[in-house]
Design a protein around this ligand. Structure first.
Ligand code: IMP
Ligand code: MG
Length: 173
């Protein structure tokens, strides 16, 4: 059985989203953004944050997968690619969580080949203890301990994405 101990409440998440959106809006004043949602995990965070970003932006989506149960397989598959032409544009990758950092590093390297003006990363959660590559995170919501978390878009074997808060996922025998 899976149980979940709440880690971040709806209120904590929404407050942080507003803070991040304000910083992003200030940093990108007079620019035009391409905000990229890394699916599936970032879908809830993405829709909340873009509503609060006050600069002109376009949205795009990347569907990637790298996880098998609760450990990163290290093999990143892009199942569905972006549509926008990002040459000369400011790209902001929006991710649910940075764990090993392998997914974000891989995506960043791939995007740079299309000559964008810039690529920055905004991750709601950061699990620093498990980092394998030093991918620069420009905006971080919360630093969290080395625990597997679910909710607010994050899943365990495809489930729990619809929880409005974030919980630590524990397998109970
Ligand atoms: P990374 O490549 O190891 O940084 O893994 C990043 C991806 O793994 C994230 O986009 C998440 O989808 C997934 N992931 C990492 N940690 C967790 C977790 O604690 N819960 C749910 N998904 C996670
Ligand atoms: Mg993800």
């Amino acid at each position: 059985m899976i149980t979940g101990k709440p880690l971040l409440s709806v209120e904590q998440i929404q407050k942080k989203v507003a803070e991040l959106a304000l910083r992003i809006s200030r940093d990108y004043q007079d620019r035009e953004l391409v905000a990229v949602c890394i699916l599936k995990g970032a879908f809830m965070f993405f829709s909340d944050i873009v509503k609060r970003i006050e600069v002109p932006l376009k949205v795009d989506f990347l569907l990637v997968s790298s996880y098998v149960k609760t450990s990163s397989s290290g093999e990143i598959k892009v199942m569905c690619n972006m549509r926008e032409d990002i040459a000369g544009k400011d790209v902001l990758l929006i991710e649910d969580i940075a764990d090993t950092g392998l997914t974000l590093q891989h995506l960043k390297d791939q995007l740079f080949m299309q000559n964008p003006a810039s690529v920055r990363i905004c991750a709601l959660l950061n699990k620093q203890a498990r980092r394998k590559v030093d991918v620069g995170l420009d905006y971080i919501g919360f630093d969290i301990p080395d625990e597997y978390v679910v909710g607010y878009g994050l899943d365990y074997e495809g489930r729990f994405r619809n929880l409005p808060y974030i919980a630590i996922c524990k397998e109970k025998r």
